[in-house]
Design a protein around this ligand. Structure first.
Ligand SMILES: Nc1nc2c(ncn2[C@@H]2O[C@H](COP(=O)(O)OP(=O)(O)OP(=O)(O)O)[C@@H](O)[C@H]2O)c(=O)[nH]1
Ligand SMILES: [Zn+2]
Length: 354
């Protein structure tokens, strides 16, 4: 295995030289658990922590390593290391942390493609597909839709599903796979060496089964045997980033129940570009597309140019985005006020002494 097999490239190497990081080793974070990280090089895996200096100056989640990160580290024991620097990220896939309206959770970094996995049986849901698309588009990561477990339905049923998707989602590649008898050839064909693929999808859609099939190994515990693992302790041997024997790197992230969007960039606009296009013709520039007279979006929904369900999903996510932004702002203000208060108390104490 080489560094390139893990996704290392000339941009990262240039940064390493510019920053004078040559005396340190370089590796990729393949799992994260409570501020401990497994860092992988072509030959070793290290149990790593952040150096104190970085920990104390960290201001937000973004200042800590995440799965997919490239880091500069120093080995200090046989398999132990201290992380001295995080390389700039090419992309960050994130979602709103479950239950916390204003907090983000990083799913993975330095990702090239998002593999949005849905099982065609109970899990299939176009609204959720649009949600994952928005997460990818926000991260500027190219999405690919992977319909899994196609052995569970017949051909006409699969066509219906494909048509349902195509009616609402244009210009996104869709592939169909299953463990038997179709196999994963459609997926294998598109995976390129040195590129990083992040699997996105609900629990049980078959992500671990896909990784095991691609890697030819039992890298991931799958549904039948994983219940004991989920109940038990975290196993340090658990890896979320795996480099495949035929090239390509895949990242899994277990158990995603909620897919809250943060959408700090224009991810929603990219996902719903048809709606955006129509909105150029709305009478009012600040049109909310909910009730306004002369709203071109509402008109397009009425005459069938925009899918009704897609429109409803769009409005729901716009509200969610606004809510996320408002609570994030509030949190910032609170933190700032608290900071001010602490400063004042310190000042008072100081004055007291003199
Ligand atoms: N019929 C059928 N079942 C499948 C297929 N792929 C996976 N399964 C089954 O679906 C269940 C869940 O598969 P996993 O691979 O563990 O799913 P996962 O997405 O990794 O789930 P989490 O680890 O909870 O996120 C298991 O019982 C698998 O055997 C498939 O193509 N067809
Ligand atoms: Zn409008």
């Amino acid at each position: 295995m080489t560094y390139e097999d893990l996704g290392y490239n000339s941009t990262l190497d240039q940064y390493r030289n510019e920053q004078g990081l040559n005396t340190l080793e370089v590796g990729r974070v393949i799992s994260e658990h409570k501020e401990r990280y497994i860092v992988k090089t072509p030959t070793h895996e290290f149990d790593a922590e952040l150096i104190g200096n970085l920990r104390y100056t960290a201001e937000s989640r973004y200042d800590f390593p995440a799965v997919g990160d490239w880091v500069a580290f120093m080995q200090y024991d046989e398999s132990k290391a201290l992380i001295h620097a995080i390389f700039p990220r090419r992309s960050i896939i994130e979602r709103r942390a479950a239950g916390k309206a204003s907090k983000v959770q990083i799913i993975a970094t330095n990702v090239d493609f998002g593999l949005i996995v849905q099982a065609v049986d109970r899990d299939f849901n176009v609204n959720r597909l649009e949600r994952y698309l928005t997460i990818c588009n926000t991260a500027k990561v190219e999405p690919i839709i992977v319909l899994n477990k196609i052995d569970l339905i017949n051909k006409p049923e699969l066509s219906t599903i494909l048509n349902t998707i195509k009616q609402r989602i244009k210009e996104v590649k869709i592939i169909t796979v299953s463990n038997k008898p179709a196999g994963y050839s459609q997926l294998e064909e598109l995976i390129e060496a040195g590129k990083t693929y992040c699997l996105l999808g609900s629990s049980g859609v078959g992500k671990s089964t896909i990784i095991n099939a691609l890697s030819g190994k039992e890298e991931m515990k799958t549904g039948e045997i994983s219940s004991a693992v989920h109940k038990g302790k975290h196993t340090t041997s658990h890896r979320e980033l795996i480099s495949l024997p035929n090239g390509g790197i895949v990242i899994d992230n277990p158990g995603m129940r909620e897919v809250g969007i943060t959408d700090k960039s224009d991810g929603l606009e990219i996902t719903f570009d048809a709606i955006l296009e129509h909105s150029q013709n709305c009478k009012y520039q600040n049109c909310t597309h909910t009730h306004e007279k002369g709203c071109a979006v509402i008109e397009a929904v009425e005459n069938g140019e925009i899918d009704q369900k897609s429109y409803t999903n769009f409005l729901k996510m716009i509200r969610e985005k606004a809510h996320f932004e408002a609570t994030a702002l509030e949190r910032k203000k609170k933190d700032k006020d608290l900071g001010k208060m602490i400063k004042q108390v310190k000042k008072q104490k100081k004055n007291h002494k003199h």
